[in-house]
Design a protein around this ligand. Structure first.
Ligand code: FES
Length: 55
């Protein structure tokens, strides 16, 4: 299995919705996933301005 990268938006809108807490998932991964998933904090990914997503 290739390593999976999860990008987590930490822009203002997502931060206010609690996105930064998703970074805590890395410390709580099941043993079988440790080293196979990495989390990266990103600036605004533009989703908050997407009308299809309620932005
Ligand atoms: S702040 Fe997260 S997508 Fe814009």
């Amino acid at each position: 299995m290739d390593k999976v990268t999860v990008e987590i938006c930490c822009g203002t809108a997502c931060y206010l919705l609690g996105a930064a807490r998703l970074m805590e998932l890395e410390a709580n991964l099941p043993e079988e996933l440790k080293g196979k998933v990495e989390f990266e904090a990103k600036a605004c990914l533009g989703m908050c301005n997407d009308d299809r997503l309620g932005g």
